[in-house]
Design a protein around this ligand. Structure first.
Ligand SMILES: C[S@@+](CC[C@H](N)C(=O)[O-])C[C@H]1O[C@@H](n2cnc3c(N)ncnc32)[C@H](O)[C@@H]1O
Length: 489
């Protein structure tokens, strides 16, 4: 089994790691799974800028005592490794079937194969928040061995917060473990300048020998000091040029330190919860080989965009995304929701913002926003509703979309179907008439697109001025995102 550099896997990391990755392969693994703290919960479900329905489903699966979680728990409880079995049973005694226990089951089930794919000289950094880090540390001790614990890194930042009964929660925890004690640590690559105070106290400049006559031992290193285990790195602000609009995006400076400390050029880096690809973008910049996994199609799209912008001409391999009609049909059969998530991206749509289920109840699988240009002095943000049918379809689906457009006050709709549209469907769509976009331009009110047509290169007629919530230029303006939320709820 060999892996190709610059590959993004679309899918559940548990399955991808187990099915596709060889033993002892990666030099560095960084993982940043979704947390259950209120902050992130809000980001995922309420603030609703760019939520991906797959992300929310993954989040629910991870934090709920669902059937897949119970199956994983039963497997772990009967693990061949008695330590794991005892740990799982004991944790369950304390926590019972709570969301936290579900999360720990899901994390344990992933950390075990992650250890398998880590090189004997490899390092792993688990990014978590203080509501779960103490449990995860215990689990990491069992899986990686407590002798292989290296650091509990504290990433501290400031942000507006004035809680009533506690101090503000302004740090994340990153647990750093190695697989063995033979792991390199590239400390010279991450040195930072000494504080003024240290220099003043030692009474000499970095590199200079002590005037007290002591041997070079207490000499300040000319390259600077090794950073402490707490890192003050600013969170990404709204106006940061790095910011892409992905809610849980981490700063590149954080990943740069981790990657430089625990890998060298040409080493293999894995991020199994890739998000908008901060780790892989930094890995690319630092000439590491990289592999990313994410369960959300939006994430894969944002990463592709990010990489193309930062590294023009870069070739990225995508795995798990249908490349022909047969694999699209197989995806629709295997996972209806993943098929929907993929299909809406074919026309540049995003999942309905906020609570995905609400969107689904209203018959909305995806949304494209655009600025209406009938009145140039006052462009209005309007939406195109996208619906996806993976199974059989008929005229009724077009009629339903028509009704949904009226209810949602959306001027246009798109129906994406796995199977080709019937003559009745085409007629029904044509009967829905046209939408006046500008004084000179009209678009069909309802457009049909079958997956086969898409693979053959059919393009829909859409306004050029659509609003992409992930794009830097858009999110910087701020107003677009705000309107997006208002418009959709
Ligand atoms: C906290 S975000 C990662 C953010 C990332 N560090 C960045 O800087 O952009 C967690 C990501 O994990 C993904 N995810 C959640 N469950 C997953 C699973 N089972 N397999 C793969 N990805 C998953 C989510 O879609 C989300 O993009």
């Amino acid at each position: 089994m060999s892996l190709e550099n610059r590959t993004l896997y679309f899918g559940d990391n548990l399955q991808v790691i187990e099915e596709k990755f060889p033993d002892n392969f990666f030099d560095l693994i960084y993982l940043d799974p979704p947390f259950n703290s209120n902050r992130n919960y809000n980001v995922l479900f309420k603030e609703g800028q760019v939520d991906a329905s797959a992300q929310i489903r993954a989040f629910e699966d991870t934090w709920e005592w669902s059937y897949p979680t119970i199956r994983l728990f039963n497997g772990l409880k009967e693990s061949n490794d008695p330590q794991i079995a005892i740990m799982m049973q004991s944790l369950f005694e304390i926590m019972r079937d709570t969301p936290m226990m579900a999360y720990l089951v899901n994390m344990t089930a992933r950390l075990i194969p992650l250890r398998r794919v880590l090189k004997e000289t490899g390092s792993i950094y688990l990014h978590c928040d203080p509501t779960a880090s103490h449990y995860l540390k215990m689990i990491m001790d069992v899986i990686f061995g407590k002798q292989n614990f290296r650091n509990e890194l504290i990433w501290c930042y400031t942000r507006p917060s004035s809680p009533l009964r506690q101090f503000p929660r302004t740090h994340d925890v990153i647990l750093f473990y190695t697989k063995t004690n033979r792991t390199p640590f590239y400390r010279d690559a991450i040195r930072v300048p000494y504080d003024e105070e240290t220099i003043a106290r030692s009474n000499r400049n970095p590199g200079e020998k002590s005037s007290m006559g002591k041997k070079g031992k207490d000499r300040l290193n000319p390259l600077g000091k090794i950073p402490e285990s707490w890192w003050r790195i600013p969170m990404l602000q709204g106006n940061s040029t790095e910011r892409l609009g992905y809610p849980t995006q981490k700063p590149e400076a954080l990943l740069e330190r981790i990657i430089k400390a625990s890998s060298k050029e040409g080493d293999w880096v894995l991020d199994p919860f890739c998000g908008c690809g901060t780790s892989v973008a930094v890995a690319e910049r630092l000439n590491r080989n990289w592999i990313g996994i994410d369960i959300s199609m939006q994430s894969v799209n944002v990463i592709m965009e990010r990489m193309r912008n930062h590294f023009p001409g870069i070739k990225i391999n995508i795995d798990g995304i249908p490349m022909d009609y047969e694999s699209a049909a197989a995806l629709a059969e295997k996972d209806k929701f993943a098929f929907q998530d993929w299909a809406i991206t074919l026309v540049g749509a995003n999942p309905p913002s906020g609570v995905s289920k609400k969107g689904a109840d209203r018959g909305i699988d995806g949304i494209i926003l655009f600025r209406e240009k009938v009145d140039y002095s006052n462009p209005k943000l309007r939406k195109i509703i996208v619906q996806v049918k993976g199974g059989g379809t008929n005229r009724g689906d077009v009629a339903r979309l028509k009704g949904d457009l009226e209810r949602e006050d959306a001027p246009m709709g798109i129906l994406i179907t796995l199977k080709d549209a019937t003559a009745e469907m085409k007629r029904e769509a044509a009967l829905s008439g046209e939408y006046q976009y500008t004084q000179a331009t009209t678009f069909p009110r309802i457009q049909l697109l079958s997956i086969r047509e898409w693979f053959e290169g059919k393009e829909l007629k859409l306004p050029a001025d659509t609003v992409n919530p992930f794009k830097k230029a858009e999110s910087k303006k701020g107003a677009d995102i705000g309107q997006l939320e208002i418009d959709l709820e």
